[in-house]
Design a protein. Sequence first.
Length: 133
Amino acid sequence: MDIGSEGAARPLSLDLSQRTPPLARVRRWAGEVLAGLNDEQLGDTMLVVTELVSNAFDHGRAPRALRLHRQGAPWLVRVEVDDASPSLPVIGRSRLGGYRGRGMLIVSNLCRGWGVTHRSGGKTVWAEIACAS
């Protein structure tokens, strides 16, 4: 990963153009990008990545993309997932059934912060995880 002079890393991107979520590929790729995190940090970050990507497939529309930014020391990992739907994530509710809808609650509990950035053609859902170096 390229770290600039201010400690800011160039984001690394993964295209998510498949019809179904390529979660195994996403986890492999994210594990490579996030090499160096300890097991707990990696586990928490992978859970956030998986939840945001799953939500983009369950509730969003194509095109979809995943970006990971890793900055500084201690590290701050920023996860960004784009999709073409204007619909916002809702904590604790899902149109997919009563046993669903807890993903954003998990994200909220694991992250320093999360939010949505509206953009032309859809939105970006982002989450930031603080990781000790």
